[in-house]
Design a protein around this ligand. Structure first.
Ligand SMILES: NC(=O)c1ccc[n+]([C@@H]2O[C@H](COP(=O)([O-])OP(=O)(O)OC[C@H]3O[C@@H](n4cnc5c(N)ncnc54)[C@H](OP(=O)(O)O)[C@@H]3O)[C@@H](O)[C@H]2O)c1
Length: 314
């Protein structure tokens, strides 16, 4: 099969499109013919060596797939079924023609999405889902989502609104109208934002880290919850009375089934900034690393229908 791999940690130039033996599914795994692979910041963090695993080089890369089941297990999806899912961290292997995933990590591809759109969903939407669940998000609570226009953020703001929360979200000026379209109650320009005036919040989702995490503590009311995603909780800035924890996303086919239902009923919009061919993975990483993507970037595998060629391509 064709696969994007890397044989040492480094910048985008270490990515290499090559031929690899077809992967062999283990017990409980399905084999998926990948039509599209989602791009996430963890992909380039892995390529750089900030996220590592114990596998030898060359290593596969990427965690999000949408494609067609080629081999399955009893109780799993049917051979030929269109599915989407997330590979378990920390072992990448989505930027390739065939991917292996636990059957429990996949769900039927949302019928209203192309493969490219579906590949944009799993890791980012599951992160948003699991972060809101960990925070106890519920109707009436005031939630602040940092980077509301990003991959995780654009799912988080919509899911929090769906739960009935009051949602404030940060973005640069060019994305404020986008946040408004996603249903954000209070879009805030991250340049010079007076977030203290918009608070206090019951929940803050920090998708940025560093000073953004540090500044989050005093925005929370006593008893509030801070969820961090890029980094662990920095205890040096802890304030009493605030619950804080880092969420690390895990595959969950059942949650993807429920997320798919929200997508298919029009309750959850999937924003795809661009679809690039697999061969342009290095360019996708360059764009992702600049930190300005609206929604998601996706890689299309050879033979996949181009974006917009038909939404019902399953
Ligand atoms: N712990 C986990 O399991 C987990 C899971 C997923 C992601 N993450 C991490 O969470 C982070 C976000 O992931 P992602 O996929 O959402 O990234 P992303 O899609 O690349 O985020 C890009 C967005 O960030 C916004 N942004 C950049 N700097 C900002 C700032 N200072 N304030 C507000 N918005 C800012 C940009 O909006 P503007 O251009 O409008 O500013 C852009 O839309 C990454 O570090 C990722 O590795 C962790």
């Amino acid at each position: 099969m064709q696969a994007m791999v890397f044989s040492r940690y480094g910048d985008e130039s270490v990515l290499e499109l090559t031929r690899r033996p077809d992967p062999v599914p283990g017990d409980g795994d399905v084999l998926v013919e990948v039509r599209a692979a989602g791009v996430n910041p963890v992909d380039w963090k892995h390529r750089e060596g900030a996220v590592r695993n114990d596998r030898p080089f060359p290593q596969g890369i990427g965690w999000d797939v949408a494609g067609v089941v080629r081999a399955t297990v009893p109780g799993g999806p049917a051979v030929g079924e269109a599915v989407y899912g997330m590979l378990p961290l920390p072992y990448g292997g989505a930027y390739q023609e065939l991917a292996v995933l636990p059957a429990s990590a996949v769900a039927p591809k949302p019928a209203t999405l192309t493969f490219a759109e579906a590949a944009a969903v799993p890791l980012a939407a599951l992160t948003a889902w699991q972060a809101l669940e960990a925070a106890g998000a519920a109707a009436g609570l005031r939630v602040l989502v940092h980077a509301g226009a990003g991959g995780v953020g654009h799912f988080a703001v919509q899911l929090a609104r769906h739960l009935g929360a009051h949602v404030t979200a940060t973005a640069s000026a060019r994305n404020l109208e986008f946040l408004d379209r996603l249903g954000v109650d209070a879009p805030v320009d991250r340049a010079g934002a007076d977030l203290a005036a918009a608070g206090p919040f019951d929940i803050v989702l920090d998708t940025v880290g560093g000073p953004t995490q540090h500044a989050a503590w005093p925005l929370l009311r006593p008893g509030g919850t801070l969820i961090t995603l890029p980094e662990p909780v920095d205890e040096a800035h802890r304030l009493p009375g605030i619950t804080a924890r880092r969420v690390v996303v895990a595959p969950d086919g059942e949650a993807l089934r429920r997320i798919g239902a929200l997508i298919d009923t029009g309750s959850l919009h999937v924003e795809v900034q661009a679809v690039l061919p697999l061969a342009e993975a290095a360019q996708a990483h360059r764009v992702s690393e600049r930190g300005r993507v609206r929604g998601k970037l996706v890689l299309a595998l050879p033979g996949a229908a181009p974006m917009g060629a038909g939404r019902h391509d399953g």
